[in-house]
Design a protein around this ligand. Structure first.
Ligand code: ADP
Ligand code: MG
Length: 565
């Protein structure tokens, strides 16, 4: 393919391009963060592939990013000597969006620019952000290991199409050349670019170089020399000590790795020593991402080994129910060429996962149990967004069942939200030895259930479980603090010691008197009901349906039916 070929963008790309250029303008400098992070990713990829194939290093053993500009041509160029792209890869990666979740993403777009822009951030449509400031982007790239004449020039105005042609490129890696739009000349100034790098990309662990400037007295202005100098600190943030890191740096780092535009809810940064040595910097986001419900989605924790990037989404590092956690784990023990399969089996990884899980639960506990109202409010907000995911943990993580159960919050007949099991237990009535709950499709349905009548009358609190995962949760959570969980809609609710003598006597008498009626009803309903009983659970309603103790609840049966089972 020596001749220029024109291709149309995939439809989704067109839509995203439009959004990016129109809704991210207020924060336009982020394009630099995105392009530098791609350059850094490309270097990481080279380092990783070169573990198996040292020839990929060619004659350039130092990985770096160079940023330069041409004032006359009005171009800003971000270059890296990373992995580069073949022609097929350039077409696939820059002309389509192949990532899973794209459809979900597109479905979420609402045409509300502010919200959509936030979504874009989460989704990380990095490369296209260049079009915020450029009316043409040219990418010149050659994949490491391919001959010089198999370079590629990809070029587009960011509207409907892009061109691809062959190019001779001696150095491996990628140059992204931005032809700046009218009015974006600020990005042709060293200080402007430098300060943006400092803000967003200081932690990038390879050198980002720019040409040094010097004062030219004759021209009375700063001019560029031919000498390159690093403009970032190039120290992996997590490897510095806590006291050297400002709150702002922690937050910036989070935004960088998570593509979240909001500050995190909480973070934890520790160096763990002992049998397994590692550093962890873990964040809890403030808002749920759009694809939280996708259990196949990989985790948000990046694995490094001694500051060398190994892989993204290392799911073995976090249990699935903590898939919303973002951050970095840097191990001192694992081999550099560790594979996903090896990770699953490694004892070191198991120790890391257990340690990290405890840290995350610890962060949540300190919010939930804080003396400060504001911190507890943060936990309540967290629970709203992530509570249902956390509930998955009760079946997945037996080791931490008790800690998890303490973190759970529910609605009850006492309060519409935020009721912990400990709160419930502290309000239990004299003589009450079980925790009562009811499951339903909605809070309103739960509240209006006739099965609650006697409990209301007696002032006994009942948990109202209305999340889809609750039924599943209940199949793993049987008790809390030694008190069994008991459905008010199953079997014969034995209010036992909670009824007074009179009430008991009356109940027995009623049962005796109604026996003939019951027999008739049983007979009439014999194909449709297992049993007909007199109950103490109703006050105003004449009758209600219950399921047998140990049977599937009516609510679960409905859920399964909806799911086509
Ligand atoms: P992401 O970085 O989240 O994958 P981007 O839109 O930023 O999404 O980039 C899309 C893809 O284009 C990358 O995954 C990568 O395959 C490719 N790419 C972008 N920039 C570079 C680069 N400098 N070198 C090599 N590949 C790149
Ligand atoms: Mg990117």
């Amino acid at each position: 393919m020596s001749q220029k070929q024109t291709h149309a963008f995939q439809a989704e790309v067109k839509q995203i391009l439009h959004l990016v250029t129109h809704s991210l303008y207020s924060n336009k400098e982020i394009f630099l963060r995105e392009l530098v992070s791609n350059a850094s990713d490309a270097c990481d990829k080279l380092r990783f592939e070169a573990l198996d194939n040292a020839a990929l290093w060619e004659d350039q053993p130092n990985l770096e990013v160079r940023i330069s500009f041409d004032e006359d041509a009005k171009t800003l160029t971000i270059s890296d000597n990373g992995i580069g792209m073949s022609a097929e890869e350039a077409a696939a990666h820059l002309g389509t969006i192949a990532k899973s979740g794209t459809r979900e993403f597109m479905a979420k777009l609402e045409g509300d620019q502010k919200k959509d822009a936030q979504l874009i951030g989460q989704f990380g449509v990095g490369f296209y952000s260049g079009f915020i400031v450029a009316d043409r982007i040219t990418v010149e790239t050659r994949r490491a290991g391919l001959p010089a004449d198999q370079g590629v020039r990809w070029s587009s105005e960011g509207t409907g199409e892009y061109d691809i042609e062959t190019l001779s490129k001696p150095g491996r890696g990628t140059d992204v050349i931005l032809h700046l739009r009218e009015g974006e000349e600020e990005f042709l100034k060293t200080w402007r670019v430098k300060s943006t790098i400092a803000k967003y990309s200081d932690h990038i662990s390879l050198p980002i170089l720019m040409k040094k400037e010097t004062w030219d007295a004759e021209a009375a202005k700063q001019v560029l020399t031919d000498e390159w100098e690093p403009v970032n600190k190039a120290s992996a943030l997590w490897s510095r000590s806590k006291s050297e890191i400002s709150e702002e740096q922690y937050q910036e780092f989070y935004k960088q790795i998570s593509h979240d535009s909001e500050a995190p809810l909480a973070y934890t940064h520790n160096r763990v020593e002992g049998r397994s040595e590692y550093t962890q910097l873990l964040y809890i986001p403030a808002k749920a991402p759009f694809d939280l419900w996708n259990r196949d989605k990989r985790g948000g924790v990046k694995l490094y080994v001694k500051r060398v990037f190994i892989m993204d989404d290392a799911e073995a590092l976090m249990p699935v129910y903590l898939r919303f956690v973002k951050g970095v784990i840097d191990s001192a023990d694992l081999p550099l060429n560790v594979s996903r399969e090896l990770l699953q089996e490694s004892r070191d990884v198991k120790a890391i996962r257990e340690g990290s899980t405890k840290r995350v639960l610890g962060m949540l506990e300190s919010l939930a149990n804080s003396e400060e109202e504001a911190e507890r409010a943060k936990y309540a907000a967290f629970w709203k967004d992530f509570g249902q995911v956390l509930k998955e943990g009760i079946g997945e993580d037996h080791q931490n069942q008790e800690r998890l159960a303490k973190l759970f919050r529910f609605a009850s007949t006492h309060a519409d939200e935020n009721v912990s099991l400990a709160d419930y237990v502290s309000r239990m009535k004299e003589g009450q030895d079980v925790i009562y709950y009811i499951t339903a499709d909605s809070l309103a349905a739960a509240k209006h259930s006739p099965q609650l009548e006697i409990f209301r009358k007696k002032g006994i609190e009942v948990l109202l479980l209305v999340d889809r995962v609750d039924e599943w949760m209940l199949s793993h959570l049987y008790e809390f603090d030694g008190k069994p969980l008991q459905s008010v809609a199953k079997g014969a609710v034995d209010l036992g010691k909670l009824l007074d003598e009179d009430e008991k006597k009356k109940a027995d008498e009623t049962a005796e008197n109604l026996k003939p009626l019951l027999d008739k009803l049983k007979d009439a309903l014999k194909d449709r009901a297992k049993d007909v009983r007199v109950t103490t659970r109703l006050v105003d309603s004449p009758a209600c349906i219950v399921v047998e103790e140990g049977d599937m609840s009516g609510h679960l049966a409905r859920l399964l039916k909806q799911a086509g089972q």
